[in-house]
Design a protein around this ligand. Structure first.
Ligand SMILES: Cc1cc2nc3c(=O)[nH]c(=O)nc-3n(C[C@H](O)[C@H](O)[C@H](O)COP(=O)(O)OP(=O)(O)OC[C@H]3O[C@@H](n4cnc5c(N)ncnc54)[C@H](O)[C@@H]3O)c2cc1C
Length: 379
């Protein structure tokens, strides 16, 4: 079995990047994706310096970078008053401090960059219309819904937050809804009113919800995500007290897609025998720290390094989970905590705003360094 491929279930960000990580160490991979095409639904992604560094390490950054937008700054604003509470410049100083840039991209542009890189590497087989219906952990084998079977030297489960393999492995129900609803929309950038700063990643904080927006697709589109604590109320009701600039954004005549916000409770066991979980299947997080995809990219780097360092796969997978659990668990917990802080009302809102106003820029850099300073091994 040692020369049979690694079977990767799921061809999203985690699955394709895991394939690239394996190619980097000369291992062959077979990526099985249930959808008829490799494609990303949804809209934008923020790629912090850690995500960019992982993409560089996996050899995919050159294919992704030309499609990214380089925003001038991050702005945190109060959604009722419109006041700017914090500004973080993302220019040369930021890049020098973290050794890699901060970019934003359409999810499809990230996935296409990973795909282009995977297609250019020997040893990565990509298969669509390949829904995995069942797995045998003892035999390291898969059965497809269409009836075919595959055996490999290992199974890498990159099948997302609703992972079938995770529930087989851990007997744990997938997904942990926080109850928030995410409304996602994409507007042509030409339709965005002049009152809106399209050159910034903007986070609006409102009682019971928040909104994030930024330009994507080489400045062609504007990505808007609104998180609402009470899923039963409409976007307009949730943000009815919004200041004019925020209301201008939410009144865009675009198709909004609703998406329940899900995460997983941190759990340390990600592997059994030669089957291992990666990406959202292992540690799905709320998007409030914008780090879910970044964690999947980091996983791919760490997994390939761990396999290279350890002769035996079962131990490699246990070591991988051990080395990733603390970090991904901290991201999951911090994302939940930020959801609470973003949505406070009344005196708590005033207190939060006062703290943000008084926080110097260097404190932001310090607060984010545990995330952005991540380096792949050997770098
Ligand atoms: C609104 C929102 C905003 C976000 N913003 C950011 C951000 O700014 N920055 C960031 O880093 N992250 C962000 N994230 C998180 C990020 O999108 C996810 O963490 C990331 O996409 C997870 O990738 P994945 O490959 O693990 O899972 P998925 O993207 O869910 O991919 C799983 C793949 O597996 C396939 N699959 C599932 N079951 C099977 C099966 N049985 N057989 C075969 N194939 C199967 C699916 O079709 C899919 O292609 C955001 C998430 C949301 C919801």
């Amino acid at each position: 079995m040692a020369d049979s491929p690694f079977l990767i279930v799921g061809g999203g960000i985690a699955g394709l990047s895991a394939g690239l990580g394996l190619a980097r160490i000369g291992k062959s991979a077979h990526v099985l994706e249930k959808a008829p095409h490799f494609e990303e639904v949804g809209a934008g992604l923020q790629l912090g310096p850690n995500a960019v560094r992982a993409l560089q390490y996996l050899g995919a950054w050159d294919a992704v970078a030309p499609h990214c937008v380089s925003p001038a700054e991050i702005q945190v604003r109060d959604g009722l008053s419109g006041n700017i509470l914090q500004r973080i410049r993302l220019g040369a100083e930021f890049e020098n401090r973290f050794g890699a840039p901060y970019r934003v991209a359409h999810r499809a542009d990230l996935l296409n960059g990973l795909l282009e890189s995977a297609r250019s590497r020997p040893g990565i087989e990509l298969q669509n219309n390949a829904e995995v219906a069942d797995i045998s952990i003892t035999d390291t084998a898969l059965t497809l819904k269409s009836g075919g079977t595959h055996a490999g030297q290992a199974i890498i489960a990159a099948d997302g937050v609703h992972s079938m393999i995770r529930s087989r492995l851990m007997g744990q129900p997938p997904g942990n809804p926080i109850g928030h609803m995410l409304h996602r929309g994409l507007a042509p950038i030409t339709s965005i009113p002049a009152s809106v700063n399209v050159d910034a990643v903007t986070l609006w904080l409102c009682p019971g919800g928040h909104v994030v927006h930024y330009a994507v697709s080489n400045w062609r589109h504007f990505n808007i995500v609104a998180a609402v604590e009470h899923p039963e109320i409409s976007l307009w009701t949730a943000f009815q007290g919004a200041c004019q600039s925020l209301a201008d954004i939410l009144e865009q005549k675009i198709k909004w897609t609703k998406w329940p916000a899900l995460d997983l409770a941190p759990a340390p066991i990600w592997s059994k025998n030669c089957t291992v979980l990666v990406g959202d299947a292992a540690h799905a997080t709320l998007p409030y720290l914008a780090q879910g995809a970044a964690m999947a990219l980091e996983d791919a780097c760490v997994l390939s390094n761990t396999i290279q360092r350890t002769n035996e796969l079962e131990s490699a997978f246990r070591n991988f989970a051990e080395s990733r659990f603390k970090r991904t668990g901290a991201i999951q917990k911090r994302s939940r905590q930020l959801g609470r802080i973003y949505h406070v009302a009344g005196v708590l809102r005033q207190a939060r705003n006062a703290v943000l106003n008084a926080t110097p820029k260097r404190s932001f850099t310090k607060q984010m360094s545990w995330i952005y300073d991540w380096q792949p091994e050997g770098k």
